[in-house]
Design a protein around this ligand. Structure first.
Ligand SMILES: [Zn+2]
Length: 621
């Protein structure tokens, strides 16, 4: 079995100059504005409208028509904002070395700050009008009725807003509220001194986070991975009491804000914005913890295939097989629309139009922004930035971003502007479902067992990192916040105990544990920068797993209803609270079913992986 040949990091080819890349591989920003002159005219128009908006202050209580005029002007400003911002921002991302364009981009940011000031009067002035009065106006005026959900939601959010004096006091705390996270960044990034080590297999390396990850993903020698893990985590272990004190600051800040605004818990406070019941997070955590059997099966399988005597957390990312197939962009242009055949001809046709129509900036060039994204340019079409490099990861990244873009396209086409944007709570549903459909398509057409194994590992690792790990993180955050909510001490040991017991609860006897895993929590920047955020990746993933199940199983009639329901979700944009939108699509996140769909999906993928590995053995042994 030649599964364990040395993996090589891909060599980076010479970067091209943007001018040397043919136009049909670049996005066409002339769809937004023909040139900078047109952009400047729109910028000036935006500035005029912002001044006009400020002048409306004091008019709202004069009746429905005045509220309507304000809402319409808000829409006009919003629509223009998309175009003015993205034209500058996308041009900047083409080559970030261009100072002139960077200056224009900053010019828009300054205008946004003006916009914030010019519109700050709106919420307080509206909320001084009693809700029954607004509701009467909404009933009397059809044009205003469009804004019902948006306006009523402001009143719902008002429940936990304090009086002027209270709000002023809270706003004064904002400067030091960011202090624990600022200190965390300084300690973990700015002031850190990365160790330079000599690996057991030879070669000296400075262990930045990127290098650490690269060693775990490419070094076939387990001793190299073990050393990288130990040395990298010692960085955190040696400052662990400081990290614990900083995290204690995060927890106390969250609890202070929650109590000041009269929420029962920190979780209630963070979920109120999107109107998510806390039971969703509790259910997510409990059902996932009960569904770790396939996760452990996967790790036991890895240990066997990798031929390891002991299997550690640093052994969880190395590829099972070496496989270096390249995927030409031209091929993907055919495969991607074919993979969404289930969603109907219209959906396919719109995707094809996007792939051919100047939406995508495909290849890397000198100065181009790294990574990938989908930019929702309202009134034009979505744009996608890629750094396509013919790898399997790049192919799935395109499938992912295309999912976002189709969501944007359908939402913009079917919603009034005010509801065209969707929240993060539903955003990753379309992207992960797009990836799942693409995986299904690629697995069906793969003839090489190695390619199948690579595809399956890609999908499984995706579930582990975007689902299981994120739920485990959410569990850690919830338990840590509950320490301060119930006046219990927060120490490095207390945090390590919570984290380590979670790692063990998830992995059971499938992993051999290292004491240094007790400090891993200190390495997760999300805990410090955006508490209670990561669970949303997991709820999106669970929603998309259940939708995938509904789209692909059951009778033909059931499947076609499921497709309609899914497309309605995409068309619904941000027209209601995310839980309600998902319920209409057939997903109830307060029930265990969506999480169980992920567990079943993982179980099925691990079984397929076992089969593929068994098929591979005789030939290569
Ligand atoms: Zn995404």
């Amino acid at each position: 079995m030649d599964l364990h040949a040395t993996a090589e990091a891909p060599s980076s080819p010479q970067l091209k100059d943007r001018h040397d890349i043919p136009d049909h591989f670049k996005w066409n920003l002339a769809h937004i504005f023909a040139d900078w002159r047109e952009w400047q005219a729109a910028y000036d128009e935006l500035e005029t409208k912002i001044a006009g908006y400020a002048a409306l202050q004091g008019t709202l209580n004069q009746g429905a028509l005045h509220v309507l005029a304000t809402m319409k002007l808000q829409d006009e400003i919003g629509q223009l904002t998309y175009k003015v911002w993205y034209f500058a921002s996308l041009r900047y991302d083409e080559d970030q070395r261009d100072n002139q364009i960077n200056a224009k981009r900053q010019q828009v940011q300054i205008l946004f700050a003006k916009l914030n000031q010019a519109s700050a009067w709106f919420n307080p002035e509206l909320l001084r009008i009693p809700l029954p009065t607004i509701q009467r106006w909404l009933n009397e005026n059809d044009e205003l009725a469009v804004y019902r959900f948006a306006l009523e939601d402001l009143y719902r959010l008002q429940e936990h807003v304090l009086d002027d004096k209270g709000e002023r006091l809270l706003s004064l705390s904002s400067r030091f509220s960011s202090s624990p996270n600022d200190s965390y960044s300084a300690l973990s990034t700015a002031d850190v001194c990365y160790p330079t080590v000599t690996l057991p297999s030879g070669g000296e390396v400075t262990l930045t986070y990127g290098q650490y990850r690269a060693i775990l993903a490419t070094h076939r020698n387990q001793a190299d991975r073990a050393m990288a893990f130990t040395e990298y985590h010692e960085l955190y272990a040696s400052n662990i009491n400081t990290y614990a004190a900083l995290y204690h600051g995060v927890l106390q800040r969250d609890w202070f804000h929650s109590q000041a605004r009269d929420y029962r818990t920190t979780l209630d406070a963070v979920l109120h914005g999107n109107n998510i019941p806390p039971a969703v997070v509790e259910n997510l955590i409990e059902t996932t913890k009960a569904g770790t059997v396939p996760l452990r099966r996967y790790h036991r399988l890895r240990k066997r295939v990798l031929g390891l005597d002991t299997y550690h957390v640093y052994d969880t990312t190395i590829p099972l097989v070496d496989f270096d197939r390249k995927y030409a962009y031209e091929n993907v242009l055919e495969w991607l629309p074919a993979s969404v055949e289930r969603l109907g001809r219209d959906y396919q046709a719109q995707m094809q139009e996007g792939l051919a129509g100047g939406w995508i900036d495909v290849y890397e060039n000198q100065g181009k922004r790294s990574g990938a994204y989908s930019a929702p340019v309202y009134g034009v079409h979505p744009y996608m930035l890629l750094n396509y490099n013919d790898t399997l990861d790049a192919v799935f990244t395109l499938a992912h971003e295309m999912g976002h873009s189709m969501h944007t396209l359908l939402s913009n086409a079917h919603q009034p502007f005010v509801y065209s944007a969707y929240t993060i709570f539903v955003a990753e549903v379309a992207s992960t479902l797009s990836e799942a459909l693409f995986l299904e398509y690629m697995l069906a057409r793969a003839t090489d067992e190695r390619e199948k194994i690579v595809l399956l590992q890609h999908a499984i690792d995706g579930i582990v990192s975007t689902f299981y790990t994120q739920v485990m993180f959410a569990d850690f955050e919830l338990q840590a916040h509950r320490l301060v909510e119930s006046d219990r001490p927060v120490t490095a040991d207390a945090l390590a105990d919570i984290y380590f017991s979670l790692v063990k609860a998830y992995h059971g006897d499938a992993v051999d544990y290292d004491d240094l895993s007790r400090v891993t929590w200190a390495r997760i920047p999300h805990f410090f920068s955006t508490p209670y955020y990561v669970y949303q990746y997991a709820t999106c993933f669970a929603s998309s797993a259940q939708l995938m199940k509904q789209l692909t199983t059951g009778s033909a009639a059931e499947r076609s209803t499921a497709i309609e329901r899914y497309l309605s979700l995409l068309k619904a944009g941000g027209s209601d609270h995310p839980m309600t939108l998902l319920q209409h699509a057939g997903v109830d996140l307060s029930k265990p079913e969506p999480v169980r769909a992920v567990v079943d999906q993982l179980d099925d993928l691990v079984t397929q992986l076992e089969t593929a590995i068994d098929h591979l053995k005789p030939r290569s042994m």
